[in-house]
Structures are given as C-alpha cells and as structure tokens.
Design a protein around this ligand. Structure first.
Ligand code: NAP
Length: 252
C-alpha cells in the first residue's frame, strides 16, 4: 500500500487531499495543530469509507519538535501499514493573514517564516531518509506569491510562500537522482477556514473575490486537492520542479 503524509489536514485543502488520496487506496497520515477532534474525525471518515489513516499532532513552526514528529511518522508507518517508507509528502500546513508593511512586527514576521517556510523546509529535509525513491512531494504555495496578484497586507505571507515556490525546483533537481518529483501548487482564494474562518463569518467576501476570477467563483478545497492528487500520481510522472497556479483564472 502507498502511504502519504499531509500536514495541516484537520481542515480545508489538506483535509480534502487526505480524503481524496484515501479514496484512491493510499494510507494517509494527517496532522492537526489546534483541532485534534477534527483531525480524528477525518480518520474516522476515511475508515468508514474503507480506507486507513492516522492523525498526529504537529506544530510546523516548532522546529525543535520536528525530529520527534518524524519519529512518530516512522512509528505510525510501521504500526499501521508495516511500512518503512512514505511515498508522498504534502507540505500543506499553514495559516494566512498579515498586516500592512508599516505595521508588521518582527515576531509576526518570524512566525510566518517558521510556519510557512522554515518548518516545511526542514521537515522535508528530515523526512528524506523516510521518503521512498520514486516518491513525490507537493508544496502548497499561494497565488499571493505570483506577480500580478498583489494584495495589500500580505507581504510577509506572500514572501514566505514565494520562498517555498523557489525551493521547489531546487529540491526537484537535487532529489531527481532518487526519482523523487517535487512540485508546488499556488492556490487562489479558496473557501477554507483560513483567516480565522473569514468566509464563514463574511459570506459576502466570496462574491467580492469571485468577481476577479475568470471562472466566476472562489475555489473549493477539492479543487486544490484534485491537482495535488494529480501531481502526486503516476499521471504526472514527467512533471517535476513546477509551480502550478490553481485559481480558476484569478485576475486573468
Ligand atoms: N484558502 C486559501 O485561500 C489559500 C490560498 C492560497 C494558499 N493557501 C494555503 O493552503 C494551505 C492550507 O490552508 P487552508 O486554506 O486549507 O486553511 P485551513 O482550513 O485554515 O487549514 C489549515 C491547516 O493547517 C493547520 N495549521 C495551521 N497552523 C499550523 C501550524 N503552525 N503547524 C501545523 N499545522 C498548522 C491547521 O491545523 P488546525 O486547524 O488543527 O490548527 C489546518 O489543518 C496553507 O498553507 C495556506 O497558506 C490557502
């Protein structure tokens, strides 16, 4: 059985990805940070549909905790699937938000750096011995880091996502001799719990954003999950080092 680790899968894009991969018969490790009950509910949903999953806690911004987390992944792989390797890694955990450039604090900047860039960078490095040759990695970046997608207040968030985009082809080049492919998606505005559940609290926001999307609506988590699943799959075996925008044509 193939196995996948999806960080930040207690909600949104990660949750939809976990459900999609499990539907394809892949054993999934999902992580949660604050929403343990939701993380465990995803496992229950997957098991009820005949799949297999494990939920682990992870704060991706706690760099000192990453070695302990990797040890937990190794144990979960062995105990649940009798496996010694992970086939797929989705670096998805993240939090949005921001502040105007003039008001950005060093603490907040450092938190964006740890959660959105340093955390996934070193988690992936520490997982290299566990990743199977021929496996695949997908990083969840953001359309906020693409040119012509500038929204005031997102400079730190976008910069860290841009850094994740930038390392994607470098990792792809350095891991190619092991047959490991590395790609990223850059989602546009997607209806998740990001931004303190902004879309649930202010439904009018979705209509406002939809006006700048060629296909006329904001994204749903499943829109991004489908592309992550494709990039991990054998159908994308000849695709590596790419950052793929998944936005329905944002600001085309
Ligand atoms: N939604 C959008 O419009 C959009 C657009 C572009 C890119 N993205 C990116 O897509 C990814 C997924 O976000 P989403 O939109 O699906 O948001 P979401 O619904 O808020 O889900 C975020 C997930 O990340 C986890 N998480 C948050 N902070 C974490 C931390 N410090 N350590 C580990 N896990 C953490 C959350 O866990 P808990 O809930 O358990 O705390 C949750 O599982 C993020 O990287 C985000 O930046 C989103």
């Amino acid at each position: 059985m193939k196995t996948a680790l999806i960080t930040g899968a207690s909600a949104g894009i990660g949750q939809a990805t976990a459900i999609e991969l499990a539907r394809q018969g892949i054993g999934v490790i999902v992580t949660y940070r604050s929403r343990r009950a939701e993380g465990e509910a995803i496992v229950a949903t997957i098991e009820a549909a005949g799949g297999s999953a494990v939920a682990l806690p992870l704060d991706i911004g706690d760099i000192a905790g990453l070695d302990g987390f990797v040890a937990q992944v190794v144990t979960a792989l062995a105990d649940t699937w009798g496996a010694s390797h992970l086939d797929y890694l989705v670096n998805n955990a993240g939090a949005g938000g921001g502040a105007p450039f003039a008001e950005m604090t060093e603490d907040s900047f450092d938190a964006f750096h740890r959660i959105l860039f340093k955390g996934p960078y070193f988690l992936t490095q520490k997982l290299l011995p566990v990743l199977a040759d021929g496996g695949a990695v997908v990083n969840t970046g953001s359309s906020a880091a693409l040119t012509q997608r500038v929204t005031a207040g997102y400079s730190a968030y976008a910069a860290m996502k841009g850094a994740l985009h930038t390392v994607t082809p470098y990792w792809a080049k350095e891991l190619a001799d092991r047959g490991i492919r590395v790609n990223a998606i850059a989602p546009g505005t997607t209806r998740t719990r990001i931004g303190d559940d902004a879309f649930a609290k202010m439904p009018e926001l979705a209509d406002e954003v939809a006006r700048s999307v060629a296909l006329g609506r904001i994204g749903e988590p499943e829109d991004a999950a489908g592309v992550i699943s494709f990039l991990l799959s054998d159908a994308a075996r000849w695709v590596t080092g790419q950052v793929l925008e998944v936005s329905g044509g944002e600001r085309l």
